[in-house]
Design a protein around this ligand. Structure first.
Ligand SMILES: C[S@@+](CC[C@H](N)C(=O)[O-])C[C@H]1O[C@@H](n2cnc3c(N)ncnc32)[C@H](O)[C@@H]1O
Length: 244
């Protein structure tokens, strides 16, 4: 589902296929990014995934036995020695982290001098749905963006646009901003935009959007799909650089 995003990340990282790297994916989910990366770098590389969700880590361990997965909820410290990684990656996780200052210090500590960092994050306010009632599109996007899902310690729908300031402003890393825009024209299960519309049911349960508005939103999406006018987009902001 996020393959184009992962490919963008791998392109930016620009790692050599004949070199072994120690790579940490913070908030690895079910391990798909590490799986996409494996086979593109040296066979002696160490791939480590770290995530708080037991279910996701169990799936990752079963699917990708060649990587290491650690189930832990980050609060203030990461369980790795100083200078133990060449590459630190985090995708769509930072908005959930309460103590971002502690995380940045820990990333700086566990990266080797000159080690690479790549952080990507959707900016949920950048979602666009091409439906006729523009106020409804805006309301649905804002409801999704502001909604703190039950598994999150914290939520920030505008995390994407804040990555540059967070990392570069810390003085611990030197890097560049980049962005990736996902565009879809199919409204069907498994598509990113379609699946987010299903997730939005949770925002309705939590009062961010009312049931009537949610029904109308889905009706209008079906109508533009029948007319072959459906389009969805969302932008991922990127910070990539090196440990200072
Ligand atoms: C939106 S998912 C992204 C997963 C994966 N990086 C991807 O792009 O598909 C965010 C992940 O962050 C993890 N997470 C959230 N808060 C965390 C914390 N405090 N410590 C560790 N993992 C956390 C969640 O369990 C979840 O798997």
């Amino acid at each position: 589902m996020k393959t184009p995003l992962f490919e963008k990340a791998i392109g930016i990282l620009d790692l050599a296929s004949d070199t072994d790297y120690q790579v940490l994916d913070f908030g690895c989910g079910q391990g798909e990014f590490l799986h996409t990366l494996s086979g593109r770098i040296g066979p002696g590389s160490r791939l480590v995934g770290y995530d708080a969700m037991e279910k996701s880590i169990a799936i990752a361990q079963a699917r990708y036995p060649n990587a290491e997965f650690i189930c832990e909820r980050f609060a203030e410290e990461l369980p790795f020695p100083d200078a133990s990684f060449d590459v630190f990656v985090t995708i769509d996780t930072l908005e959930c982290i309460k103590n971002k200052k502690a995380l940045l210090s820990e990333i700086h500590r566990i990266l080797k001098p000159g080690g690479k960092i790549l952080a990507m994050h959707w900016d949920w306010d950048t979602q666009t749905y091409n439906i006729p009632t523009r106020e409804l599109a805006r309301k649905a996007v804002t409801a999704f963006s502001d909604w703190k899902q039950p598994w999150m310690d914290e939520a920030d729908g505008q995390m994407g646009r804040k990555l540059w300031g967070l990392f570069e402003g810390s003085g611990k890393f030197h890097g560049s901003p980049d962005a990736f825009c996902l565009i879809e024209t199919e409204y069907e299960p498994g598509r990113y935009g379609y699946d987010r519309v299903q997730d939005l049911a949770g925002a309705v349960e939590n009062g961010w959007l009312d049931e009537r508005e949610y029904s109308q939103f889905r009706r209008e999406l079906s109508t533009i799909t029948e007319r072959k006018e459906y389009s969805y987009s969302v932008t991922s902001f990127i910070y990539h650089g090196r440990r200072a």
